[in-house]
Design a protein around this ligand. Sequence first.
Ligand code: ZN
Length: 499
Amino acid sequence: MELKEAIAKLTELQTKMYAYRTASSALYLDGVTVAPKDTSAGRGVALGILAGEEHKLFAAPEVGELIAFLKDKKSELDELTARQVEILDRNYAQLSKIPMNEYVEYAQLTNEASDIWHRAKETNDFELFRPVLEKLVKFNIKFAGYYDGTKKPYDALLNEYERGVDMVYLDDFFAKVRSKLVPLIKKIGEKPQIDDSFLYKKYPVEIQRKFSDYIMEVMGLNRAHCTIGETEHPFTLNFNSQDVRITTNYSENSLADSLYSVIHEGGHALYELNVDPAYDYNCLSGGVSMGVHESQSRFYENIIGRSEAFAKAIFPKVKEFFPEQLEGVDAEMFYRAINKAQPSLIRTESDELTYSFHVMIRYEIEKQLIGGTLEVKDVPAEWNRLYKEYLGVDVPDDTHGCLQDSHWSGGSFGYFPSYALGSAYGVQMLRKMEKEINVWDSVAKGDLAPVTAWLKENVHKYGCLKDPAEIVKIACGGEFDAKYYVEYLEEKFSKLYNL
Ligand code: ZN
């Protein structure tokens, strides 16, 4: 085989895989947005076929031969092709280790688990979910061995979501967070609480929709390339760098819920839209990892979106949309209200300060589950114990406890830590950004363009060209250190609560 021919085949393979994924994503998006209620069965058939075909296409022995051939010619490849071969080689090695019957069985299990989890959550019935969760844990322990048999199972799973991250790294990270923030949260608990009641007046959904348009405009999201839909759980879906969709969920009794969902998902969308378009339709496209993705979404949501400069910049406009609801409220009150910190039960509704503790609890539980020191039947008790210990809250039932998140039902173990890491990466990126551009002068004018341009240059544009750890190092200007994150939270919340 000629080298040129091999590269052409590699391109063709990746474009085909892109096509399968695009078809699956479009079906998924349709299912969660506009499809009529009782229509999932037919889509399930089509999705099953598409997933099977994509798997067959990639797992074929010819693909293994093609990758091996190109690997041998590494020195003759350009940078982009060499990186594609490296990523595909890794994925191929992993996939070919999973026996086909286990792969199919697992796909069916996660599909079934999602429905069971929904019902269990709705009816507060952990026992209903327990058998399926036991199977999922067993599968993941087994798969961890396929991913990387040289690592401890949970380390191998963590590595799947954030390459280079393991329990040693995370234990150190969470220990730093815990040692500084537990006393801070306790001190805040002794201070008078911020009044945020005006955020929970009646905010008509019709007006909130228009407000979302305004927020997307402020973020510089080009509506010719990014639309917004409505789903139960907000998310971002990217087809390619020119076509990204975000969703939100409107609650008539809350202004901040959808506002911060739009900013969060908008952050994910900007990342996807700013990846070098040259990477479209191959494995270099899209954000590099969960942790880096969350660093971007949470950067916009919290570091910018909940900053004093941004809150005060947008407040006059917020008041134009909701003059009655915000009568008597000024920009300072608005800024304080959107930063109210209070230990609570639900991760997705938690504030910037206590958020990491929700993640830490899930991390501790997963570590024990995959490590074999905690049985699934004991998860609720352990969950409740940790919520009491770290956040001081009593969990009333499993619906508001260990059944609240969908991740485990989808077979995702090792995913949660990336949320907390992302928050921390973002702060360290901010410190570097502040040295290079006038971040807060622009934000105070409601102009986020310089911030986005900086992130594009230091994070977004790379797509998957580099490993997450390398991108973090570039954007942070050095090795990652949790101290920046902890100091940022200490400073911000000490000021907010006059400590
Ligand atoms: Zn996110």
